[in-house]
Design a protein around this ligand. Structure first.
Ligand code: T3D
Length: 261
């Protein structure tokens, strides 16, 4: 059984983390297959939105700790190698993918699993799901962008509490705190996440890519720099076929037929 399942329905590429007996914890094979799936999402024009979810009762428990030999006498582990070769490229790929990525958090999202969910563009969680910055329980700090995303999403007081205490945050609280887009009943999760993904896949893909870029840059830009960036990106957006179609459809009072071009 592959540790990553990939399927495409119209413009949506669904990627499922598939190590349910390990709560979909990451091992090198899962990293490699996920990387390949995201490369496909990047390269295939027919893919216009990505939906990421997990199989079984968890979304992802972060790094598979059974792969870490910490027995007395074992050589010290250089975790920078793991972050540099696996987790950091994954987060960069998700953020830089010029297409929207929806994450359907079907259960617990812990450690890097929580922060990979937060690296996606829209997070929809099942009511029974939870988010755990489990790192501090094993002497680590939040990685996979956690120290970047958390304070920006929920403010520094809540970010610090989540990171230091490593307690489970319910999906309801995550939505209320602004950590995620929305929470839905468990039975509705996949239908809702798929509907959002399909809606996005019918949208102006190039414009969506520019929205991702502009919001990412706003984290560090001054207002002046951001205004200049908006001017430059809007120039690109205005040159797309989808912009022409959007305006034409508005004038003709019909639904636009965007092509992602
Ligand atoms: O090393 C590097 O590359 C550095 C990068 C690190 C990135 C990270 O993600 S570090 C953080 C790693 N993750 C964790 O510390 C989370 C550990 N897991 C938990 O805290 C809890 O299991 C959960 C909160 C995720 C779920 O709790 P619960 O009560 O629902 O389930 P459970 O009973 O704790 O776990 C169920 C099984 O899954 C259990 O196995 P067993 O006893 O039934 O055989 C448990 O050991 C296993 N499991 C859960 N998480 C992991 C795991 N096995 C391996 N690795 C895991 N991360």
């Amino acid at each position: 059984m592959s540790s990553i399942l990939v399927s495409r329905e119209t413009g949506v590429l669904t990627i499922t983390l598939n190590r349910p007996d390990k709560l979909n914890a990451f091992n090198p094979e899962m990293h490699q297959l996920l990387r390949q799936a995201l490369e496909r999402a990047h390269d295939e024009d027919a893919v216009r939105a990505v939906l990421l979810t997990g199989a079984g009762r968890a979304f992802c428990a972060g790094q598979d700790l059974s792969e870490r030999n910490v027995s007395p006498g074992a050589a010290p582990l250089d975790l920078a190698i793991s972050l540099g070769s696996h987790y950091n490229p994954l987060v960069r790929r998700l953020r830089e993918l010029p297409k929207p990525v929806v994450c359907a958090v079907n259960g617990v999202a812990a450690g890097a699993g929580a922060n990979i969910a937060l690296a996606c563009d829209l997070v929809v969680a099942a009511r029974s799901a939870s988010f755990v910055q489990a790192f501090s329980k094993i002497g680590l700090l939040p990685d996979s962008g956690g120290t970047f995303f958390l304070p920006r999403l929920v403010g520094s007081a809540r970010a610090m509490g989540l990171a230091l205490l490593g307690e489970k945050l319910s999906a309801e609280d995550a939505a209320q705190w602004g950590l995620i887009w929305k929470v839905v009943d468990d039975a509705q999760l996949m239908a809702e996440a798929l509907a959002i993904s399909q809606n996005l896949s019918d949208g102006p893909t190039k414009g969506f890519g520019l929205i991702k870029k502009a919001l990412a840059m706003s984290a560090t830009n001054t207002l002046d720099a951001q205004l200049d960036l908006e001017r430059d990106l809007q120039r690109q957006a205005g040159f797309t076929e989808d912009y022409r179609e959007g305006v034409a459809a508005f004038k003709e009072k019909r639904k636009p037929a965007f092509k992602g071009k």
